[in-house]
Design a protein around this ligand. Structure first.
Ligand code: THU
Length: 160
């Protein structure tokens, strides 16, 4: 039997087409890139989230001379959420970037490890986390929940 996943998402020509709350969050993610520590890749990633209680938080990538010790913006943000706002779901997460070596005119999407972390955060807080992906300019993608980025995810259910 053949089965298939269908990935539905929204695509906008630019941030000007977003509803104001989403545009505000993407702007916050773009601004956050200034606080990235990325002296090795020169690729500054910013993430900004609106929590279910309305609070806005941000995260950025933090690299290290021991490369694997570096952490992505998305997981930095999830750590901020878990540590500073325990139990509060994320309503929407926006991700943007500044590339010192090139353009930032199209969306990037989270790496595999971050997808795993986002998926578990979403599952444990019991609320779909909307995801907004956009560069400094160009088209913007909006997903209704972060779990869409990781079909066949390994989850805590498997450890029971
Ligand atoms: N990076 C992120 O922070 N988030 C992503 O979604 C992709 C990659 C970081 C990791 C590393 O510091 C730099 O970008 C280049 O890979």
């Amino acid at each position: 039997m053949h089965k298939e996943f269908t990935l539905r998402y929204e695509e906008y020509g630019s941030d000007r087409e977003l509803v104001p709350a989403d545009a505000e969050l993407l702007t916050a993610a773009r601004k956050a890139t200034a606080h990235a520590y990325a002296p090795y890749s020169h690729f500054q990633v910013g993430a900004a989230a609106r929590l279910a209680n309305g609070v806005l938080i941000t995260g950025t990538n933090q690299e290290n001379a021991s490369f694997p010790a570096g952490i992505c913006a998305e997981r930095t943000l999830l750590s901020v959420a878990g540590a500073q706002h325990p139990g509060v779901p994320i309503e929407t997460l926006a991700i943007s970037y500044h590339n010192e070596n090139g353009m930032s005119d199209r969306p990037i999407s989270p790496c595999g490890i971050c997808r795993q972390s986002l998926q578990e955060f979403e599952q444990r807080t019991g609320r779909p986390m909307r995801v907004i992906l956009g560069g400094e300019t160009g088209k913007v993608i909006v997903l209704a929940q972060s779990g869409l980025l990781l079909p066949f995810a390994f989850s805590a259910d498997e450890l029971r």
